[in-house]
Design a protein around this ligand. Structure first.
Ligand SMILES: Cc1ncc(COP(=O)(O)O)c(C=O)c1O
Length: 381
C-alpha cells in the first residue's frame, strides 16, 4: 500500500542523515559534554556546531541559544522564566486564545498563582486584532507571547508589527514567540521582529523528537525551571540530549536558505496551491478555514455533516495520514479550542481535518489523496 504522510505539523519523518548522525552519536560520540576527556570534548563539539547552526539560521549569537527537550519546554521556560523573574516589575501577561496548549497551560498555571492574563481574541481565520493588543498593554505588562504560525490553521501573525507596537507602548515588556511551526518554513530573524525570546522544536523540521531550543536575547535573565548541574549556563540543567542535538545538525543543513525575496518554502506553497485547486473540483461542500495568506504547510478544511474522525480512519486505511484539528492533543475528546475560538459550530468542527505538507511530498501523492477523499466523501451520503 502506498504511504502518504500529510501530518507534517504533528511531526515529520526524520531524514536518513538525521538517523545516521544520531546512531553515530549513540555508538561513537556517547560522552557527556561536561566531561573533560576526549569523549566529552567530542560531544561538546556536536553541541557547539548545532548551536552555531541554529544561531546562523536566526541571525543571532550562539550563546543566545539554550537547548531544551522540545517546543513544550522552550515555551514553558520562556513564559514562566520571564514571569517569575520579573514579577516585581508587574504581574500582567498577554497571549492569544489560539496558542498551543504548552503556551496556554503555562499561562493558566501563572494565573492560578495570581498573575493577570489577557487572552487576545481571534477572528474567523485565527488572526488577532492589533488594536486589542495595543489596548491591553499597560505599565504592568511584563510579557507578550504570540505564536508565529498557528499549528491548526496556518495563520501567520505579523510579528514585526506586533514587536514594534509592544516596544512603543512599553519598552520594558518582553516579547516571546512560539515559532515551532514557522522555523525552517518561513524567514525568521528575531531582531527584525524585536523578539526577546523564541521557541523552536527539532521534530517539525525532519529532525529528532525530544530536542528543541529557546533563543533568549543576550542580557535577559530568566528563572530556570530545571535546576541542577549548571548546563546551558544554568538556564536548563540536565545532561544535554547529545544524540538529539547531533540529529539536528543535518536537519538544519537541509533547510532552504530564505531571503527577503523568497521568504517561505516555495515547494510547500506549490503543493498547497495544487491541493486547494483539486479540492475545489470535489463536488461536496468544503469550507477552507486556513487564511489565503497562511503558512505554506498547513491547510485546515471542514466538510460539514461529516465526521472528521471517520474520514481520517478511512483515509488511513488507504495509507494516507492526516489529522483532525490539532494532533498535539487529538486523542482528547474535547473540541479544538482554536476552532471554537474562530467561531466554528460544533457540527463544522466535527467535520474538520488538517492537512500539513512537507517539501518532500509530491504532486502525485496529493492527487492520490484528493481522489481518496472524493471517494470517501461519497460513502457518507
Ligand atoms: C505551535 C506549537 N507549539 C508547541 C508545540 C510543542 O512542541 P514539542 O512537540 O516539541 O513539545 C507544537 C507541537 O505540535 C506546536 O505545533
Amino acid at each position: 500500500m502506498k504511504e502518504v504522510y500529510l501530518d507534517n505539523s504533528a511531526t515529520t519523518r526524520p531524514l536518513p542523515e538525521v538517523v545516521e548522525a544520531m546512531v553515530a552519536s549513540l555508538t561513537d560520540n556517547y560522552g557527556n559534554p561536561s566531561s573533560l576527556h576526549n569523549k566529552g570534548l567530542e560531544a561538546e563539539k556536536i553541541l557547539k556546531e548545532a548551536r552555531r547552526k541554529i544561531a546562523d539560521k536566526l541571525a543571532v549569537l550562539p550563546e543566545e541559544i539554550i537547548f531544551t527537550s522540545g517546543g513544550t519546554e522552550s515555551n514553558n521556560l520562556a513564559i514562566k522564566g520571564i514571569a517569575y523573574n520579573f514579577q516585581n516589575r508587574g504581574r500582567h501577561l498577554i497571549t492569544t486564545e489560539v496558542e498551543h496548549p504548552s503556551v496556554l497551560e503555562s499561562f493558566l498555571a501563572l494565573e492560578e498563582e495570581g498573575f493577570e492574563v489577557t487572552y487576545l481574541k481571534a477572528d474567523r481565520h485565527g488572526q488577532i486584532s492589533l488594536a486589542q493588543l495595543e489596548e491591553s498593554i499597560t505599565p504592568e505588562t511584563i510579557l507578550v507571547s504570540i505564536m508565529h504560525v498557528n499549528n491548526e490553521l496556518g495563520t501567520i501573525y505579523p510579528l514585526a508589527e506586533i514587536g514594534k507596537l509592544i516596544k512603543e507602548k512599553n519598552p520594558n515588556t518582553f516579547f516571546h514567540a512560539d515559532c515551532i511551526q514557522s522555523f525552517g518554513k518561513i524567514l525568521l530573524h528575531p531582531a527584525s521582529k524585536q523578539l526577546d525570546l523564541l521557541s523552536i522544536s527539532g521534530h517539525k523540521i525532519h529532525g529528532p523528537k525530544g530536542i528543541g531550543a529557546l533563543y533568549k536575547k543576550k542580557g535577559i535573565e530568566l528563572k530556570a525551571q530545571l535546576t541542577g548541574g549548571g548546563q546551558e549556563n544554568n538556564y536548563r540543567c540536565g545532561t544535554e540530549n547529545v544524540p538529539g542535538i547531533a540529529g539536528l545538525i543535518p536537519a538544519l543543513d537541509a533547510l532552504p536558505a530564505y531571503t527577503e525575496e523568497k521568504p517561505f518554502d516555495q515547494e510547500m506553497d506549490r503543493l498547497k496551491k495544487h491541493f486547494l485547486k483539486g479540492l475545489k473540483k470535489i463536488k461536496r461542500k468544503v469550507i477552507i478555514n486556513s487564511p489565503e495568506d497562511g503558512s505554506p504547510q498547513i491547510l485546515n478544511i471542514s466538510f460539514p455533516g461529516i465526521k472528521g474522525e471517520v474520514l481520517i480512519h478511512s483515509l488511513a486505511a488507504e495509507g494516507i495520514y492526516v489529522s483532525t484539528g490539532s494532533a498535539c492533543h487529538s486523542k482528547s475528546r474535547e473540541k479544538s479550542h482554536v476552532l471554537r475560538s474562530i467561531g466554528l459550530s460544533p457540527d463544522v468542527i466535527d467535520g474538520t481535518i488538517r492537512i500539513s505538507f512537507s517539501p518532500y511530498n509530491t504532486i502525485e501523492e496529493l492527487d492520490y489523496t484528493l481522489a481518496c477523499i472524493e471517494k470517501q466523501l461519497k460513502t457518507f451520503f
